[in-house]
Design a protein around this ligand. Sequence first.
Ligand code: ADP
Length: 352
Amino acid sequence: MSDLKLQHLDKIYDNNVQAVFDFNLNVKDGEFIVLVGPSGCGKSTTLRMVAGLEDISAGNLIIDGKDVTQMPPKDRDIAMVFQNYALYGHMTVYENMAFSLMLRKENKNEIHQKVLAAAEILDLTSQLNKKPNQLSGGQRQRVAMGRAIVRTPKVFLFDEPLSNLDARLRGSTRREIMLLHKRLGATILYVTHDQTEALTLADRIVCMSMGHVQQIGTPLELYDTPANLFVASFIGLPPMNLFDAEIKNGQAVCDSFAVDLTAEEKELLSKYNGQTVTLGVRPENVAEGGNIKINVFSNENLGMNTLVNGTAGNHKITCKFRDWCTYKPGDTVNVSFNKRHFFDKNTTNAIR
Ligand code: ADP
């Protein structure tokens, strides 16, 4: 396996659309990197530049110390798994997995061993003689992965591999990809718009918006210390609640409530006295009991917890309470904010 360096990568398409701006990332050997962001933010373009399916407009791509920026895809030793599995319908599972190795004219016996080993890892041994249309969506996805595994590439690229699967299968296939990563120790670049996939799979997440990297860090770093409002809103579900708050007299004063600042927060916000900042609170950090009054408009029971939506003054707020709650529209509930985030309104950056 291998390390990967993406250095100052830009992508400008022929129609002058710049899809990626100055992308920088060092991927360590065996690391699982997830590129996440909304549709159109440049994730696939970045992945396709690594694969060699798109030219790199500026910057350098280094794999294992070798500059491959100008190298054609077939020489880069990279395997890509797409969201539509693109299996050959007339071939068996075995033939689908063996195909790229046969094209390379590898030894038949070695091909056989590689296919059997990949099938074993992916729990496909009993499916090898079937055609793709005899398989479930999850099994087809595994065959697509098998085709990548047999090539023992330096880097695996995944482009939204789970987006065609139903919710239950998405969960189980996600766990399979996790296990696969552990077993193979593979270097993986994985693209998704789904923050849950990013949080659950990644060693490190790269969060993108409009072609720009917003933050690179572990899942916990992005969740706990988002660099700016974009990351704060994108990572975490339901998204973070955001309020305008004026910092004065040791409080963050919103339109209908005020939050007493801790000594640490006062210190952090000392430069912002008399100014308005953005106060962020994750739904799971809103606790029942306190001096903030919420007018409830809906109560969604999720089993383990309940989402209670309401308004606090002019602001909508979502609370995620533990247990089974039975609030009704029109009820009021008093809450407090356990963990608070603060952002500069002008730059949108976290105040640190
Ligand atoms: P994502 O994978 O995050 O959904 P993409 O990388 O596919 O985003 O696209 C990023 C931007 O580049 C979008 O604005 C998209 O419209 C544009 N784009 C993608 N492919 C092309 C292309 N072949 N020609 C011109 N613009 C493109």
